[in-house]
Design a protein around this ligand. Structure first.
Ligand code: FES
Length: 108
């Protein structure tokens, strides 16, 4: 059983400029992490919801990338502007933000 009700990992991996893989750090990941952390703190949910930065989650082309457990919901292209929506709709409301979901390609 998890200590937290929700645990969010945000890739903040950084690569040198010009690396063909790109990185989430150059796409605003840390601003998203900071905004989400602040929302959790301001709502008094720090004992129930944990937001951590992570290393590369191997989805670099879709950065900035985040994943929410225990449900394992992946987000792509998150920025600081998306933090409030993810917090209100998903973290508090339990409903993932559809427009930001990183979906697996259909198997053929
Ligand atoms: S650099 Fe963020 S997923 Fe790889």
């Amino acid at each position: 059983m998890s200590i937290y009700e929700k645990h969010v990992f945000v890739c903040e991996n950084q690569r040198p400029e010009g690396d063909p893989r790109g990185c989430c750090a150059s796409k605003g990941a840390s601003a998203f992490t900071s905004a989400l952390k602040q929302l959790v703190k301001d709502a008094g949910l720090s004992k129930k919801v944990r937001v951590n930065k992570s290393g590369c989650l191997d989805q670099c082309a879709f950065g900035a990338v985040a994943v929410v457990y225990p449900e394992g919901t992946w987000y792509r292209g998150v920025t600081e502007k998306d933090a409030l929506e993810v917090f209100e709709q998903h973290i508090r409301g339990g409903k993932p933000v559809e427009r930001l979901l990183l979906k697996r390609p259909e198997k053929s």
